[in-house]
Design a protein. Structure first.
Length: 201
């Protein structure tokens, strides 16, 4: 992977590369991601997370739920540094060891982000302009999380696998929302669901 593939500056690419090295170092101890080569890590996690950034409307606060090893939360925080210093990121992660990893990454990479170590359904509402969650829960549940943490008028970005249409049908039984499915750059069967105007049916 190169800075041209991702359409980012060399400085941003160097930060992404430093993050990849950090993930690899910590994965040996706390299993942030399944064991894989560095090339796979770029494609399956960095590129997959980075594609969300271009889909976000203008925002001040981006909240990433269940950030785990920092996907997409840390990746989008790195990309944001290239554009603006004013965008704030909040990463919610209940696992304390992963929280320690995320705080280390934020400190070492100098990101404008913070970590909340708590459960999504228990912490105070976060009033996000943009809300993301990757590999966390079914759409039906994610919409419940969005109801709590997304500001009125905000946008949710949920990357989903090949079964996204089934999840969408199921969620429609409980929720009304505007949904724009965008084909994933890393898997043609997968989609990023760009969701707005969520309310209960
Ligand atoms: C399958 S991992 C996905 C991590 C990351 N988003 C990714 O795509 O690689 C889900 C993460 O969400 C966290 N998590 C699950 N339920 C949660 C909850 N209710 N509140 C906060 N974090 C939660 C887990 O600890 C785990 O790190």
């Amino acid at each position: 992977m190169t800075s041209e593939d991702l359409n980012v500056s060399r400085e941003t690419f160097a930060k992404l590369d430093a993050f990849v090295k950090l993930v690899q170092k910590w994965t040996a101890k706390i299993n942030l991601i399944s064991r894989q080569s560095e090339a796979e890590l770029w494609e399956r996690h960095i590129l997959d997370s980075a594609q969300l950034f271009a889909l976000a409307p203008p925002f001040e606060t981006w909240v990433d739920l269940g950030s785990g090893g920092g996907f997409p939360g840390i990746v989008v925080s790195i990309l944001a540094q290239e554009k603006s210093r004013d965008q704030r990121f909040v990463l919610v992660e209940s696992d304390l060891r992963k929280g320690t990893f995320l705080r280390t990454a934020i400190r070492e990479l100098g990101l404008n982000a913070k970590v909340i170590s708590g459960r999504i359904e228990e912490i105070e509402p976060l009033n996000a302009d943009v809300l993301s969650a990757r590999a966390l829960a079914e759409l039906d549940v994610l919409l419940e999380f969005a109801e709590r943490h997304l500001k009125s008028g905000g946008t949710a970005l949920f990357p989903k696998g090949s079964l996204w249409e089934t999840e969408h049908q199921k969620a429609r039984m409980r929720w009304s929302y505007e949904c724009d499915p965008i084909r994933s750059k890393t898997n043609p069967d997968a989609a990023i669901l760009k969701i707005k105007d969520i309310s209960r049916v």
